[in-house]
Design a protein around this ligand. Structure first.
Ligand code: ADP
Ligand code: ASP
Ligand code: MG
Length: 439
């Protein structure tokens, strides 16, 4: 049997009780040789993640406020885990060193990264595994982008020295030695990097849900777990806000052909979701695999008679966006209209300038920018074979008394994108879910 790389998220390592579950899972299979750990997450719904506490500590220090009391609470999160596990392990020196670092402005990323650093030290001790500091194996380039080649070479070498190891997620090192983190939720990326370097047979991502669900459980009640999803379907879903797995976590394992298994630490016997490269041996049991939606979008609608005959029109519009550092989310177009969907936040402080530049560049008959749009992606590899899926989506949404602002089916027939008013998104998601998942 091949190697398994296992990543545990914040809620899976939030306290001593969760640590025990994690150890049981790791020890149940000797192939689970490399463990990637997150910082302690929430223990209950209005708890605060240690990563957020560390960011706050950094802000306090930056405003020259005393961090002692607040930092004491962070230290207590770790000390209580050690105490309740009955470990003979003293991290006082580590805690002091980190506090000092934060007080002396070692950097925002340094502060945040210490959440996974400390948790991984404790977990390594508890499991009796080696500790490999991500700082010595995960590298970023001068410009802040992740350096896959360098990391892969270093990681492969280091893993050879340790049959069993814990590696902290979320961070790595810049060429000058300072700590840099991935974006939030980035431990998923570290797990994927380790799996690729270990040439693992499987990357298990342990979290607090029994797999990737067909819809966000915070919006749709008790959605069904998805048994198998392809990387392409998952990309579409996570891009639209189904955030069980960090979007960038897909690439290292997909390129290496390693499947990901999303599992639940609190329900270890559930099979979870398998994320695979090709679905050939996995027939879809439902027409749609999943749905996801995202809010906070604006649509810029540009109209001009005979637009279709004007060569370079679209490019000039997109050039303006590029000049303002705005990426577009979606581009539904008609013969004489072009709509560009962008995130409302990206227009902050430059909305008038962007509109003026488009006006100047393509001289449209009209240009309107409206906020409050939400997009929904209905995704499924089963759609190619099923007739009338778009019609069913529209029927379900209009039956729920929700107005459809736009609809677009990707040419790959893997997804249908629907635009609705932001305040209608929950209603629309529930309507689509019920239409396709009966009973
Ligand atoms: P971790 O801390 O383990 O990395 P995350 O909080 O990042 O976990 O991801 C798991 C959470 O993602 C779930 O608790 C759930 O609230 C949320 N979520 C959003 N969309 C979905 C979905 N389609 N399926 C499952 N969970 C989802
Ligand atoms: N602890 C980090 C965060 O809260 C990274 C992670 O959990 O993946 O974003
Ligand atoms: Mg996560």
């Amino acid at each position: 049997m091949g190697i398994k790389v296992v990543k545990f998220g914040g809620s899976s390592l939030a306290d001593a009780e969760q640590f025990r579950k994690v150890a049981e899972i790791v020890k149940a299979d000797p192939n689970r040789r490399y463990v990637v750990a997150s910082a302690p997450g929430k223990r209950y719904s209005d708890d605060v993640k240690v990563t957020d506490m560390l960011y706050r500590c950094y802000e306090l220090a930056r405003n020259r406020e005393d961090i002692s009391e607040y930092y004491r609470q962070i230290a207590e999160r770790y000390n209580s885990i050690i105490r309740e596990l009955g470990l003979n392990f003293d991290i006082t020196g580590e805690l002091e060193y980190i506090k000092n670092g934060i007080q002396h402005h070692t950097g925002r990323d340094f502060a945040a990264s210490r959440g996974e650093y400390l948790n991984s030290l404790i977990l390594a001790k508890y499991l009796g595994f080696s500790f490999i500091d991500a700082e010595s194996v995960v590298c970023f380039r001068e410009n802040g982008t992740y350096d896959g080649e360098k990391t892969d070479a270093l990681m492969r070498e280091e893993l050879k020295n340790h049959p069993y190891a814990v590696i902290p997620g979320f961070y790595g090192v810049m060429p000058n030695g300072t700590i840099k983190t991935f974006s939030r939720g980035g431990s998923d990326i570290t797990g994927s990097i380790v799996a690729a370097a270990a040439e693992a047979e499987l990357y298990e991502n342990w979290t607090d849900v029994s797999g990737f669900l067909m819809a966000d459980p915070r919006v749709v009640k008790n959605p069904r777990p998805i048994r198998t999803v392809t990387y392409r379907e998952l990309r579409e879903l996570s891009y639209m806000g189904a955030t069980v797995l960090h979007e960038e976590a897909i690439f290292p394992v997909r390129n290496a052909g390693i499947p990901i298994n999303i599992r639940n630490t609190n329900e270890p016997d559930a099979p979870g979701t398998m994320i695979v490269s090709t679905s050939s041996s996995y027939d879809a049991d439902t027409v749609i695999t999943g749905i996801a939606g995202k809010k906070g979008l604006s649509v810029i609608t540009i109209e001009k008679d005979m637009m279709n005959a004007e060569i370079g029109f679209g490019r000039r519009v997109l050039d303006v966006l590029e000049d303002h550092n705005i990426s577009f989310e979606h581009l539904p177009s008609g013969v004489d209209t072009m709509s560009v969907v962008v995130s409302t936040a990206s227009l902050d402080n430059q909305r008038e300038r962007v509109i003026a530049s488009i006006n100047k560049s393509v001289r449209p008959d009209s240009i309107v920018c409206e906020d409050g749009l939400a997009l929904i992606a209905v995704v499924g590899r089963g759609m190619v074979k099923a007739k009338g899926t778009a019609a069913r989506v529209c029927y379900a949404i209009s039956n729920a008394d929700v107005n459809i602002r736009m609809i677009d089916q990707g040419s790959s027939e893997l997804n249908i994108i629907v635009g609705v008013e932001e305040h209608d998104i929950e209603k629309a998601l529930n309507a689509i879910y019920s239409e396709f998942v009966k009973g």
